[in-house]
Design a protein around this ligand. Sequence first.
Ligand code: GDP
Ligand code: MG
Length: 436
Amino acid sequence: NLSTKLDKAFKTLKGQGSITEINVAATIKEIRRALVDADVNYKVAKEVTDKIKDEAMGRDVLTTVSPGQLMTKIVYDELTQLMGGQKEDVVMKGDPAVILLSGLQGSGKTTFAGKLATFIKKQNRTVLLVACDVYRPAAIDQLKVLGEQVGVEVYSEPENKNPVEISQNAIAYAKKNNKKVVIIDTAGRLAVDEQMMKEIEQVKRAINPSETLFVVDAMTGQDAVNTAKTFNDRLNFDGVVLTKLDGDSRGGAALSIRAVVEKPIKFISTGEKMEALDLFYPDRMAQRILGMGDVISLVERAQQQFDEDEAKRINQKIRKNQFNFDDFLSQLEQIKKMGNLKDLVGMIPGMSKQIKDIDIDDDAFKPIESIIKSMTPQERSTPEILNGSRRRRLAKGSGTDIQQVNNLMKQFEDMRKVMRTMNKMSSTKGGMAQMA
Ligand code: GDP
Ligand code: MG
C-alpha cells in the first residue's frame, strides 16, 4: 500500500537532520507516484505534492521522529485539508425537504436512496422515496423492495413516463401525507448522455431541491473524475456520494473529485447492506489513502514532547538569568505554532473584549524575527555586545531600521528585568509556584 511505498520513499531521508531541497526531491517524486497508484488524478497529485514540498522544506526533524514519519504527517495533513478538512452534512430545508440523486446507471443511486432513507428515518423524520427511473420497470420494483425492507413508503407512477411530473406529484403527496423529507431516485445511463442530462436538469429546475447529490462509483478511478465534472457543469450539484468503497478502491477518487469540482463529499457507501453508509470524514479518508496506521499519533506525541522539553529548558534559563535571543526566538516559534495570535491573546481572561476591534497581525513578529536571525550566534547568546555599529548592521541585514532594532533591544532588556525581579521574589518567597 501507499504507506509501504512512502517508507521506501523516505529511505533517502533517514538520518538527515532536516528536510532540504536535495533530500526531498526524490521523496516527492515517490509520493506522487504512490498517489497516482491510489487512483489520484495526475494533475491533482502534482498539485498536492508541490504543496507538500513547500510545507516540508526546512522543517526541523525532531530526534524522536524519523524524517519519514514527519513527512507522512505533512502528507496526511495536506490530504485532509484538500478534502475539505471537516465533514459536511446534507442540507434538508423546506417542507418537505427535497433531495435529488443523480449519477450514472450502476453507480449505486437506488441502493444509496434506501440507505439515506434509513439514515434520515433514524433522525425521527418521515421520509418518502420517489421512483423516477421510468425507463426500467425493474428499477421501480428495486426501490419498492428496498422501501419495504427499511420501512419507508415509495411513491411511483408506473404508467407515467415524465419524471418532472412524477417528482412534482410526489412532493404534493408528501405535503398532504406529512412526509418531511423526499428522496428522488432518478434514471442513469451507462455513459453520460444528452437526453439524460436534460431530463435531470429539468427535474432539478422544476422541484428546486435543497440538496442535489451526485452518486459515483469509487472503483471507476479516473472516469469518476470526468463524470463528476460533466454532471457538475450541468447540475451544479451540492455534494458527492462515493460508493463501493468496500472494494479494493483506495479512495484516491475522493481527493481528485474534491479537487476538480470543488464540492464536498458527504457520504461514503461501503457495501450492499442498508447499514453500510458512513458520513465522509476527510481525515479518515486521508488515512485510508495513506494506509498508515498510527504514524500520525506518533509524530504528534513526539511534537508535544519536544514542546514540553523546550518549555522546561527555557524555564531553567530564565531562573538562571540566562535568557537570550535564541530563547526569545524559540518562544516566538512556539507561540506561532499555537495558532492565530488574536485567538491566543483572546484566551487571557478579560482580554477578549478589549481586543475585539483591534487587528493583531500574525506578521507582527516578522521584523523581530528577521532582526534576531541577522544576529551572529555570539550576539544572540550575549546581547550585551550589541553596540551601535552592530545594531546598524542588523537593521541593514534584516531590512528594518535602527529604530526597530533599538525598540527590540529595549523590549528584550525590559523582559529580562522582569524575569530577574521574578526570580528574586521567588527566591525570597519560596518559589514561582506561589506567585501564580
Ligand atoms: P443505480 O443504477 O445507480 O441505481 O445503482 P444500484 O443502486 O442499482 O447499484 C448497482 C449495483 O451496485 C447493485 O448490484 C448494488 O447492490 C451495488 N452496490 C451499490 N452500492 C454498493 C456499495 O457501496 N458497495 C458494493 N459492494 N456494492 C454496491
Ligand atoms: Mg437505480
